[in-house]
Design a protein around this ligand. Structure first.
Ligand code: PEP
Length: 257
């Protein structure tokens, strides 16, 4: 995984108002130095209402942080009350957009068709999807984690070209490990991340498979990140709860140092 720069992305979920977001982002910017950021790419994924504040701070102080949104509309504009378009996110300087997070799949009934439509919407606006896949506890207990996660990948990538796919970020997030304190073992993470990369090689080619960064997500903390990052097909982490503590998040970004 030497050619792939590790990515540590903080998913704030529905936390931090825009003033708290400014304070939090300043703490990260103060703590992370050039050495850290040469080694690891660091992203924050705030609520929509924080994006303008984060943009102003990143642009104004030329911070080497990137950022993105936690969701987007599959539509480009129009009569979709409450939705936010890819064009709006691009205008706010977003690099990334999370698509198919398990909380959206569970609480908003997003299926593979919606996820696929959102992936295409992201590409129309030059946003990089952070596409989340992962099994629930029932599927894990029956040993179906690879088949389930690969099927979600197939569904999300329908009609996505090789050129588009080469820039995607995948996140393997077993649902039973999200917000539960129950982290997957490094071997569990590698099993599915490795299978996802193999599937990319089948769907596209070896170059696409080698280019794509695959993150692990699910109760990542400073004290469990090292073993996860040591796996050959794990290129970073999507961090929920622990990303709300800037000291802990910076420790995660400095994994193994
Ligand atoms: C997430 O929601 O993407 C996540 C990984 O959450 P947590 O780190 O809190 O398990």
């Amino acid at each position: 995984s030497t050619a792939r720069k590790p990515l540590i992305a903080g998913n704030w979920k529905m936390n931090l108002n825009h003033l708290e977001a400014i304070a939090h982002t300043q703490k990260l910017a103060f703590a992370l130095n050039d050495k850290d950021l040469n080694r690891v790419e660091v992203a924050v994924l705030p609520p929509f209402t924080d994006l303008r504040s984060v943009q102003t701070l990143v642009d104004g102080d030329k911070l080497r942080l990137v950022y993105g949104a936690q969701d987007l509309s599959e539509h480009d504009g129009g009569a979709y009350t409450g939705e936010v378009s890819g064009a709006m996110l691009a205008k706010l300087g977003c690099t990334f957009v999370v698509i198919g997070h398990s909380e959206r799949r569970q609480y908003h009934r997003e299926d593979d068709d919606v996820v696929n439509a959102k992936v295409h919407a992201a590409y129309r606006h030059s946003l990089t999807p952070i596409l989340c896949v992962g099994e629930n506890l029932e599927v894990r207990r029956s040993g179906g984690q690879v088949a389930h996660s690969v099927a979600q990948l197939d569904g999300a990538l329908r009609k996505v070209t090789a050129e588009q796919a080469a820039s995607i970020v995948l996140a393997y997030e077993p649902v039973w490990a999200i917000g539960t304190g129950e982290v997957a073992t490094p071997q569990d993470a590698q099993e599915v991340c490795g299978a996802l990369r193999s599937r990319l090689a089948e769907l596209y080619d070896a170059d696409v498979a080698a280019a794509v960064r695959i993150l692990y997500g699910g109760s990542v903390k400073a004290d469990n990140i090292v073993g996860i990052m040591a796996q050959p097909d794990v290129d970073g982490a999507l961090v929920g709860g622990a990303s709300l503590d800037p000291v802990e998040f910076v420790k995660i970004c400095r994994f193994g140092e």
